[in-house]
Design a binder for this molecule. Sequence first.
Ligand code: ADP
Length: 314
Amino acid sequence: MPHLLMIGECMIELSQNNELGEYKQSFAGDVFNTGVYIKRCLKESAQVSFLSVIGQDKMSTQLLNLMASEKIDSHYLYRCKSNKMGLYIINIDQYGERTFDYWRENSAARQLVKFIKQDTDKMDFSFVTTIFFSGISIAILPTEDLEDFWKFIECRRSSGCQIVFDPNYRPALWSSPQQAKEAFEIAYSLSDVVLPGVDDHKNLYNHQSAAEIASHLEAKGINEIIIKNGELGVLISDKGQRTQIDITPVKKVVDTTSAGDAFNGGYLSARQSGKSVRDAVIYAASVAGCVIQHKGAIVPKTSFSAAITPLVWV
Ligand code: ADP
């Protein structure tokens, strides 16, 4: 059975949900959201674990409760005494425009590499078949910890684990575009499957089209390249063979938060279940299409299961 290890940060989310300015609390983080969607798509056909650091406070314990309800394994979650989870607020102005404020500079998740290195119980990663991380997962790590993070990924890869990377470029998290590029080049060189968005590469590499991004990544020898371009479709490069897949635009988009995360979850689930790259993209688009018709990064379970047929591992 596939065992996917999601590496990243989950934060406390506060979103303004009515005219009175009241806030609703939930949890979200790009890689974490993807993990939730994988588990919802594959159910008992896969184990999904979250590798991160949270605090020892009540809010962190609530995340554990959420993980239990989503059947995400928390065995690889370290708990830190000194730091707590990061937090962000979604503000919505009078025109419906959303802005984000973050409190994540001292979040527990930034200490991940230290925890892995100091782990006295030496967690056993040998059962993990796929590792997924993003540009955000690495942007939050102290620069001096990156070297050890790459060693960890390299070590798992050489043990036969598949490595999946989504650059999810967030300029504010990097000290310079150059620093992000250097990290992305290493991440790409260690990856078997990559899931960039056109905007990520437009902003960082000045690539102007999905085709230009495909050329850049094919030259690195990556066999499975999935380039997301919102409602404009998806460009696949499957062992160098390119196919453009059109997406049926959703008529009533409610909230595109986590569209890419949901797409990644659907895609990885479908691949684990044995679908072709092309069919996995079609399934992924249906998952993302469902998620953007609801508010929030993680849509209610009932709405999800009404729209998406789960997959089985064969
Ligand atoms: P990101 O959230 O990473 O920027 P995209 O905007 O490319 O990612 O969206 C990810 C996926 O979500 C797309 O590949 C597509 O499947 C789906 N999607 C996004 N916007 C729409 C839309 N308006 N209609 C239908 N599907 C959409």
